[in-house]
Every structure is written in C-alpha cells, then in structure tokens.
Design a protein around this ligand. Structure first.
Ligand code: SAH
Length: 219
C-alpha cells in the first residue's frame, strides 16, 4: 500500500479505527461493513484541505453544493443492502465523490453509478482509475429514472432525497432485491429500505436523515 492510501496522522489507521468504534457503538453490527469503513481511504475523496477531518463521523463539502455522506449513514445503507447476501449488480444514484461507490464496488460484482453533475462524474472517473477500481461504470445523467439498460439490480442505493419512492427504481429491482433511499422534504427525511418480494414491496424506516435533495436534469 502506498503512503497516500495508508494515511498519516489524522488520516492514519488509528483515526479510522476510532471512526469504526464510533459507528459500531451507534449500532452497526456487521463486521463486513465495519471492515469496509476501516479500510476505505475516505481522505482521498475530499479536498486536501479537509483530509484531516475525513475520519470524523460527519458529512463534508465536496464542492458544487454537494456533500460526501456521513460514514455512519454509508455504513447503515451498506449494511441494509448486504443483509440479503450476495450483490451481483448494484445501482447507485448520486455518486458524488465516489466514496460510497467504492465501498459498493468492494461487495458487488459490478456497480452502475449515475451522477447528474458532470464535473463530479469526470472527477470520479479519474479517481476510480487512480484507485484501480475497475468494476464501477459511471454515467453522467439524471438518475431519477434509474438505469434501465442493466436492470434488474440486486441493490439500489440513492444518495439524494426523493419526494417519494420512485416506481421507476422499484421496477428495476430484482425479486429479493433491495433499495435504500432517503425520502421526504428537508428537515423531515426518512431513510427507507424497500425490499421486493414475489408478492410485492416491503417498506421499512431505518433512520431519520439529512441528505441533499434529488434534482432533475443534468448540469
Ligand atoms: N454518496 C455520495 C453522496 C453525494 S451527495 C458521496 O458520498 O459523495 C448526493 C449526490 O447526488 C450529489 O452529487 C448530486 O449531484 C447527486 N444527485 C442529485 N440528484 C440526482 C439525480 N437526479 N441523478 C443523479 N444524481 C443526482
């Protein structure tokens, strides 16, 4: 591992272990997920000026009015998606800086990731290349209608808050597949887990959350 990936000082393994302990104490029990958080170099996904804060359990700005999700929430979402076992195809809407994309890439065979802001999508492609992550396909587009071409997905993760649960996304779930999505207006968002069964959809509220809103169109 290079020094960059390993980190030093506030980005060292000790800082990451503290973050993992905190997320565990907040109720995330999956050793697989805790290991993913402990070994994914979050400091490489934020501006250098913010790197020293990368292992604090907070969302941080990534430019263009967007944020890198809070590690605890990334853990909760990943744990919910993994609780049904193996993920072959995962769809991510709102890739942002790609931290969650890389975590998904470590547990899914292929990740299809959509981002509506072109500058973030381009930066992400470069970052994935630098990190030698080659099982994430990035698409610069409005992801509110999913990515029909590679459906059905075993897991769909949405990182921007929607008004309701979009049927376009549940339609793209495999039977047994799961969707995690923040739903609701600013100040009153719930993280929902939707499971598709042979007889329909099952919904569960996981957490109260604060995400940036889902926006239509591309920029
Ligand atoms: N998990 C990401 C979260 C980024 S914030 C990270 O940790 O970096 C949410 C992202 O969703 C933003 O980058 C925003 O541009 C994107 N987004 C919002 N609406 C979208 C849409 N309709 N389609 C695709 N991406 C969208």
């Amino acid at each position: 591992m290079t020094a960059d990936l390993r980190g030093i000082g506030m980005t060292s393994q000790r800082a990451r272990d503290r973050l993992v302990a905190q997320i565990r104490s907040m109720g995330v029990g999956s050793e697989q997920v805790l290991e993913l958080i402990g070994t994914t170099p979050r400091h490489l996904f934020v501006d250098e000026a913010l790197a020293s804060r990368a292992y604090e359990n907070n969302a941080l700005p990534i430019g263009l009015g967007q944020t890198i999700s809070q590690p605890y929430i990334v853990a909760v979402m990943t744990e919910a998606l993994l609780s049904r076992g193996k993920i072959v195809k995962a769809l991510e809407i709102g890739a942002g800086c790609g931290y969650q994309s890389v975590i998904l890439a470590r547990v899914a065979q292929t990740v299809y990731s959509v981002e509506r802001i072109g500058a973030l999508a381009s930066k992400l492609r470069i970052r994935l290349h630098e990190l030698h992550v080659n099982n994430v396909r990035v698409r610069h587009d409005d992801g509110s209608l999913g990515w029909d071409r590679y459906a059905p997905y075993d897991a769909i993760l949405v990182a921007a808050a929607a008004i309701g649960i979009p049927s376009a996304l549940t339609d793209q779930l495999a039977v047994g597949g799961r969707l995690v999505i923040p739903v609701g207006p600013p100040g009153n968002q719930k993280l929902m887990l939707v499971t598709k069964t042979a007889s329909g959809l099952e919904e569960q509220i996981l957490e109260l959350v604060r995400f940036v809103p889902m926006v239509d169109g591309v920029t």
